[in-house]
Design a binder for this molecule. Sequence first.
Ligand SMILES: [Zn+2]
Length: 406
Amino acid sequence: MESVRTGANGAGAAMNFAIVARLALAVLFALLCAPARAMTGEAPEFRALAENVFVYVGKRNEANAMAIVTGQGVVVVDTGNSPAETRNFAKAIRAATSLPVQYVIVTQNHGDHIGGAPFFAPPATMIVHDKVAKALAEMKPWRIKAWRARFPERAGALENSGPLANVMSFPARLSLRLGGVAIDLFHVPDQYNDGDVAVWLPGLGILHAGFVGYKDRHPDIRPDYSHGTTAGMLKQLEAMIALKPKIVIPGHGPVSTADDLKVEVDYILSARAKVRAMMDRGLGIDAIRAGFDMREYAGWDLPDHFPLIAETIWREFRGEGPQRAAVAELPVNGTIRAIAELGRFLTVVTDAGDELKLRISNETFVEGVADRALLKPGVKFSATYQKPEGVTPALGYLLMEISFAP
Ligand SMILES: [Zn+2]
């Protein structure tokens, strides 16, 4: 929100009362209409946290990244939310050092963290958890196609390469000592964690906490355990708090501290207690989804996540594994009706006349538009999307491929 400056220059210049009153009303109106959500700025920010350690804070809570400059080249941690962000991150690194990027550490196997890896590797080496390496080895052809097409300027470098070609993986811990800098990677073992990695710089007290490093944000956990479970989060947070980090870089959102990790622990314990109490009262999942909220954490980002958080915890308490559904891969032709979140979420009308919600992920192969943010209502498309049986995903069906008419 923009601040209102009141007579900072020109001492004695009395401000017209009516203007002040109007400004005050305008501010009040803005506050009432749009309660401030904890959010990073409108533009990404690249800044030094210590000598030779830089954070790239994603715009509007998009994924963060980090760059560590060592005597043996640059180590990047995560790769930017989208191709445009990856390029921007790489440009900022080039402005800070002439050394090349040697390693790309991935904290989460989600497109907004790993998706920019093919921009750097090869020649850089990707460092991932063993589970992520396994997932890369099993990547479906449509995803490999999107991976290869993600950075057209890298077509030559990637021609004879694959998602696993420059990967080095580890099971629990890995210590790098590069040009005098100590970089410790660790994974907190958990059956439902798909290979999240934290990055710890012991000499500097800086921690990239990956998924669990939230500040003022409701956790993005889901019944399919695609971000793990609250039990797994608590284990990770315990390990991270024990390090006593001075600076914490979360996967998304503003740079935080160990105290924010402690707030996150309190949050999760409270959320679990609420779901437990509703289960003890004999409520079913629909009532629990509808009745659960964490409104005391006012102003936090992702306020729409309450039903997903409730259902994830409910599954955990019942000892159920991740929600899995048979997934059909369906073709669809239609016209865009509405667009949200810079083209991430599309509401479309199919040629058969049905309304459908679709989601462009970082793994979607997009053709016919340079940037999804440029999409407009009325544009025609043909696409393939994934439809899980018996589930209507709140964020829309995941698009595998989408091609827009010129
Ligand atoms: Zn993310």
